[in-house]
Design a protein around this ligand. Sequence first.
Ligand code: ADP
Ligand code: MG
Length: 256
Amino acid sequence: MAYVIALTNQKGGVGKTTTSCALISGLTAKKKKVLGIDLDPQGNLGFSLGIEIEECATIYDAFKGQADLNDIIHKTPYGDVVPSNILLSGAELEFNRPGREFLLKDLLKTVGGKYDYVVIDTPPALNILTVNAYVASDALIIPMVPEILSLLGISQIKETIDSVKKFYNPGLNILGILLTKYNGRLNLAKEVHEMSESIAAQLGTKVFDTKIRSSVSIAEAPAHGESIFEYSPKSNPAIDYTLFVDETLKIIRKSR
Ligand code: ADP
Ligand code: MG
């Protein structure tokens, strides 16, 4: 079965989607078989990888039992992707049957054997979609922006992770906290480092050695439907995300 990784943080704008794209394309470049799943109704993951998300069937149709997951997978040069769009925002109200936490896990059983890795991009929320991602995952990666205000509010995500571990998925692992939009000079503030280390300790994990530096090129890549490695291979984030993919694989190997 595939090793399933979810990118999560209930805050928006911290690099979940950017990191999902980089992980999907980075693992694909290493000849791994990778499936990306967009669980955010904003649909940014599919869009960023060049899919016309308005027109197509999405993960929402699969959740509703109206499409077979196998039939809604898009092949892209960066890896296979199941897109999402705004219809998924009805999930919280619509998916109210018992067992609703297992919708994604059950769907993945039908395709997991075909892939080495599944990468799930999640919404900026702690809702039923997020819980579905945690239940279906082997591991989480938590991107964070290294600013004091952005680092506050860890108790909510910790509660959600703890209750998913307690009730549904005891084996859920946190691979680490990834600092994104990193500006060495500004962010070197000792407080930021200490605080991210302390958050990691509270969550029983570590801060990735690799930090993802800031660059505008990363904001431009999605408009071209290209990965950062293709759009701007010499940019700081492309260099950093290459190291991040290697570090992720190393941590997974150690944890198994
Ligand atoms: P999330 O999915 O957590 O909401 P995104 O990955 O969409 O966050 O990133 C939010 C915004 O920040 C996007 O416009 C993205 O292009 C930009 N961004 C992400 N990472 C970086 C970075 N390393 N440097 C500069 N801008 C970044
Ligand atoms: Mg996003």
